[in-house]
Design a protein around this ligand. Structure first.
Ligand code: IPM
Ligand code: MG
Length: 364
């Protein structure tokens, strides 16, 4: 049985608000299933810059390492937005990913049938959409060296480096193949093999690995075409696997399929134990939403669904995870909506009320 130590990093903006709502549902899980989660809370991101002068203290990373999971709110905000600043809130999330070895980012994209009319896309295009995007998270251009700027007599120069090793590519593709195997057995590998050497190596390794997964159908798509097909035929995708920067861009695009990012959870995973569990960081993908912070408008469902992923993937609590997901479904079915997902014939609610409604519906 995994330890029940959970590090809470609410962060900035709406992070703390949605975190509080997730904790209400987790308290219900504790009561119903007889668990006792051991929480520890750490200040990160902009709040940590203000207090400690750094977005991620070494103490925070140490606390994370001795936890079963990190429940992460969001970091950033206009106050710390200077791209030239030496300390930036985003360093908290990048530092966690790298420091904990969280190389696999899992972002499920599902359209709730009752919310299909809320998307900007036509319902007939969206119908049946149910995919998982797996993004490589600790390599590529995010971390490649050299990364620098300098000035020459002919003006400014800058360089970023996209770099991958075979080991990095293999382990993320393996997550993709295994996930596809548990689902509809289709894996779409996204690259830019017509231009990039990292992509050509990626494609080659994927093709070699496919021999070990004869039950999985592997297709390769170039990233520009993938961006198009994502909104043209979203329901044709099952599992998508791609490198860090492509995944960053495509997951924001995919997040708009359901109409709001307020419903989208994510998990960032490292090495797994034999029983399939292992440390992970769980965060809603919506970010800090400074424009609505402190107004009881934020949708806590992505945070709650992230907590469900934590129960499943780091704590090995499948039934508990399902209870949370069912509670969220029930609230949607009962017609309650925060402003970001407001639809016709729905009952508008704020952040706190939404959190209460979900917690009330958590059942064993
Ligand atoms: C994400 C975000 C992060 C990223 C930022 C906040 C560093 O956009 O998780 O997708 O670029 O990975
Ligand atoms: Mg992003």
């Amino acid at each position: 049985m995994a330890s029940l130590r959970i590090l809470l990093t609410p962060g900035d903006g709406i992070g703390p608000e949605v975190m509080e709502e997730a904790l209400k549902s987790l308290a219900r899980i504790e009561a119903l299933y007889n668990h006792e989660f051991q929480y520890e809370t750490e200040i990160i991101g902009g709040a940590a810059i203000d207090k400690y002068g750094t977005a991620l203290r070494p103490e925070t990373l140490t606390a994370a390492k001795s936890s079963a999971a990190v429940l992460f709110g969001a970091v950033g905000g206009p106050k710390w937005d200077d791209p030239a600043a030496k300390v930036r809130p985003e360093q908290a999330i990048l530092g966690m990913r790298k420091g904990l070895g969280l190389f696999a980012n899992i972002r499920p994209v599902r359209i709730h049938p009752l919310m299909i009319d809320d998307s900007t896309l036509k319902p007939e295009v969206l119908e049946g959409t149910d995919m998982v995007v797996i993004r490589e998270l600790t390599g590529g251009i995010y971390f490649g060296k050299p990364q620098k700027r300098w000035t020459t007599s002919r003006g400014r120069r800058a360089v970023d480096t996209m770099r991958y090793s075979e080991t990095e590519v293999r382990r993320i593709l393996q997550v993709g193949f295994e996930m596809a195997r548990q689902r509809r057995k289709k894996l779409t590998s996204v690259d830019k093999a017509n231009i990039l050497d990292t992509s050509r190596m990626w494609r080659e390794i994927a093709t070699e690995m496919a021999a070990d997964y004869p039950d999985v159908e592997l297709e390769h798509i170039l990233v520009d075409a993938a961006a198009m097909h994502l909104i043209r035929r979203p329901s044709s995708f099952d599992v998508i696997v791609t490198e860090n920067l492509f995944g960053d861009i495509l997951t924001d695009e995919a997040a708009m399929l359901p109409g709001s990012m307020g419903m989208m959870p994510s998990a960032s995973l490292g090495k797994r134990r034999k029983d399939g569990t292992g440390i992970g960081l769980y965060e809603p993908i919506h970010g800090t939403a400074p424009d609505i912070t402190g107004q009881d408008k934020a949708n806590p469902l992505a945070m709650i669904l992230s907590a469900a992923m934590m129960l499943r993937l780091s704590l090995g609590m499948e039934s508990e995870a399902q209870s949370l997901e069912k509670a969220v479904d029930a609230v949607i079915a009962d017609g309650y909506r925060t402003p970001d997902i407001a639809g016709k014939d729905s009952t508008p609610v704020g952040t706190t009320k939404m959190g209460d409604l979900v917690a009330e519906r958590v059942a064993r």
